[in-house]
Write a protein that binds this ligand. Structure first.
Ligand code: ADP
Ligand code: MG
Length: 428
């Protein structure tokens, strides 16, 4: 703590304070999140520490950079970059009802998607996507913040937090007490996109009960018809009530009207890295340049990577490698070795190029099949472990829900008769 000078408090979130600090080492300003963890069990605390350490290693131009974390006097401190442009919530309110151009919305949206992809590819859920957790840097880059804090803390505090926090981003499954999953983040992403389009929340109500009813019904006022069909259609996909029907962040990024913007925000190297089909590799071991390449410099189409690593082993089961199964490319697309080479390899045999090529392709197919089977097995094991973890978490959550229900939740909902929800947007 003595490495930093506290400047002033910039806000108070549901987990604790956010303080603007100045580093005594480099003179730069950072945000220090102070989270009271004294009520956590030592096991939970240990887990939090480990998770936050891993998150501190996540580097992406569209993610607020975590510098370090430490514990002092029963609090967990997380030091992260300070985003001078403030958060998207404030930016939206500053519009005073003037809608954003579609270009602006999509440029912001694609950056949020790139950040979310980086996280989802690593099997981490954000769990707290909202305009107040999306920041603008001095140069206008969008960065997603508060990664993992929610994940670390939410397992036991989720419902309590939801009640005192911002409930507009709750997905139907959470309202129905089903587990949080990656598509719940996608729902929240939809809420943010909708907010950028209308400057309003998609689902609003005077009390918690009506809000939940609206969310579950899945109906929301349409956005301005000035926005493209693509954009309107995307919103309707993000707001699918059934989580399975919502697109993954990767499939959103494959949509051509989104994909064509990627090259504006990531360097070619980063595109190749982020869009390799084994997206989880070299995690935490490198620094990513947050440079923007000149527009039109590269193709936005993802370059497949060959590298296969085992991050699960490195980081434990909660952070596992992406298990997207991509069938091998058409084998006959691969260039066969030149006849000259073949002749060199087996000079005594008469070479039948067709036969050689067929054999080679068969061998290649066999190898890939083996590799695929191996990955499938590994994936199944990881899924099993994950399922157990989710079950455990769910049990803890249910216990917490019951406790909260008994103590405070009824108070929150019935407070003021209607149980008015916090942080209602006032300026449009
Ligand atoms: P919440 O739990 O509601 O997300 P936070 O503690 O994350 O609350 O943030 C509280 C306030 O601090 C918010 O208004 C947010 O805009 C601001 N804030 C948080 N992190 C940063 C950051 N890295 N840069 C600039 N402002 C931040
Ligand atoms: Mg926040």
């Amino acid at each position: 703590m003595d490495k930093y000078c506290k400047l002033h408090k910039i806000g108070e979130g549901s987990f604790g304070k956010a303080i603007l600090v100045k580093s005594k080492e480099d003179g730069k300003q950072y945000v220090l999140k102070e989270i009271n963890i004294s009520r956590m069990s030592s096991k939970e605390r240990k887990e939090s520490r480990r998770e936050v350490e891993v998150l501190a290693n996540m580097k992406h131009p569209n993610i607020v950079l975590y510098r370090e974390s430490f514990e002092e006097n029963g609090s967990l401190y997380i030091v992260m970059d300070y985003c001078e442009g403030g958060d998207l919530y404030k930016r939206i309110n500053a519009q005073k009802g003037v809608l954003f151009p579609e270009d602006q919305i999509l440029d912001w949206f694609v950056q949020i998607c790139l950040a979310l992809k980086h996280v989802h590819d690593r099997k981490i859920l954000h769990r707290d996507i909202k305009s107040q957790n999306i920041f603008l840097t001095k140069d206008g880059t969008v960065q997603l913040g508060d990664f993992g804090i929610a994940r670390v803390l939410n397992s036991t505090l989720e419902l309590a937090r939801t009640c005192i926090g911002t409930p507009y981003y709750l997905s139907p499954e959470i309202c129905e007490n089903r587990p949080y999953n990656n598509k719940s983040d996608i729902w929240a992403l939809g809420c943010v996109l909708y907010e950028m389009c209308t400057l309003k929340h998609a689902f609003e109500a005077g009390n918690m009960k009506n809000l939940v009813l609206k969310i579950i019904s899945g109906s929301f006022p349409p956005v301005s018809c000035h926005y493209s069909y693509d954009l309107q259609n995307l919103l309707s996909l993000l707001f699918k009530r059934n989580p399975r029907e919502r697109p993954s962040v990767n499939s959103i990024l494959r949509k051509s009207f989104i994909a064509k913007r990627i090259e504006k925000f990531l360097t070619p190297e980063l595109i190749a890295e982020e869009f390799s089909h084994r997206a989880f590799h070299k995690f935490g071991a490198h620094h990513v340049p947050a440079k923007r390449p000149a527009q039109g410099q590269i193709s936005a189409s993802p370059a497949p990577a060959q590298k296969i690593t085992k991050p699960a082993a490195k980081y434990g089961v909660s952070l596992t490698c992406k298990k997207v199964v991509e069938m091998p490319k058409k084998f006959n697309e691969k260039k066969p070795p030149s006849r000259y080479k073949q002749a060199q390899q087996s000079p005594s045999k008469k070479v039948n190029p067709g036969e050689e090529r067929r054999k080679m392709l068969e061998e290649l197919a066999r190898k890939r099949k083996l590799e695929y089977e191996r990955e499938k097995k590994q994936r199944e094991q990881i899924n099993l472990l994950e399922q157990e973890r989710v079950k455990r978490q769910e049990k803890e959550r249910m216990e917490q829900i019951n406790r909260v229900k008994e103590q405070g939740w009824r108070n929150v909902i019935s407070c003021g008769g209607s149980g008015e929800v916090k942080a209602k947007r006032t300026v449009y």
